[in-house]
Design a protein around this ligand. Sequence first.
Ligand code: F6P
Length: 320
Amino acid sequence: MKRIGVLTSGGDAPGMNAAIRAVVRKALYEGMEVYGVNYGFAGLVVGDIRKLTQRDVGDMIQRGGTFLYSARYPQFATEEGQLKGIEQLKRFGIEGLVVIGGDGSYRGAKALSRHGFPCVGVPGTIDNDIPGTDYTIGFDTTINTVLDALDRIRDTATSHVRTFVIEVMGRDAGDIALWSGLASGAEQIIIPEKNFDITAVAENIREGREKGKKHSIIVLAEGVMDGKEFADKLDAIDNFHVRVTVLGHVQRGGSPTARDRVLASQLGAKAVEALKEGHGGVCVALYKEELVVRDIVETLDNMKHTPNLDLYKLNEEISN
Ligand code: F6P
């Protein structure tokens, strides 16, 4: 393979630039040419494609977001969109494509592979919800951003002896809430993967107050319900005067952590190796500390992401 393409798609994640950089530099090192596709699959179907050089990815490893831009493009689910995309890739002489993104991006890569175009998926999403990999690019930065916010909220919560509900992102997955909640010493973590009982949550707040706790921090994953709704349910049980903070897109920005930069560099380079070795229809992953290449159809159809529920149990044991 002599010429490959790279794109980022779906929600951006810190470390995507580091991953693009690794793809470009590794491909050049291997004697290949690299083309960047702007705006993900939306740019692909209209041929918004340009050649990338060594210098295009200089001064990029530390930057948040993605310099290739991204887009949500549900139209790519149609065969018409997919075939148009392949036509554009062929027009530029591109023989294989690296797709950096989350769930929707993987489905796009899987569809292209099914049409016979070699694609490699690289897990890039703050949600950490891609099956078959322990971590996704961006997750570590996001939980540290959330952690910083939680530490600040704790200061004011303690000063006023208040209960706070902090709604964090994650789509249907609870990983962001789980990891940032445990790391911040949150009293309670509410995630979609675990049922909760609102009266038990209220009881926990009361018990904490009786024990002399000066604050109650509840980290709520957006996949459960929104923060306001949750707070209203609590206030209906007792007059807790719950304050709600929705962290929102602040969680997606910022310079990637060292961990995300290293992971992005490893996975980006591994994706190029996979294409060079003739693999298509695969995704790269970090699994039990090892870099692996997996079949993308197999991964999406048969593997399921589950958060580490030992962390949930641990938080219940040590947070009160
Ligand atoms: O998948 C990343 C993510 O940030 C989710 O956590 C969140 O639910 C969603 O994207 C928000 O999407 P958008 O930026 O399109 O509003």
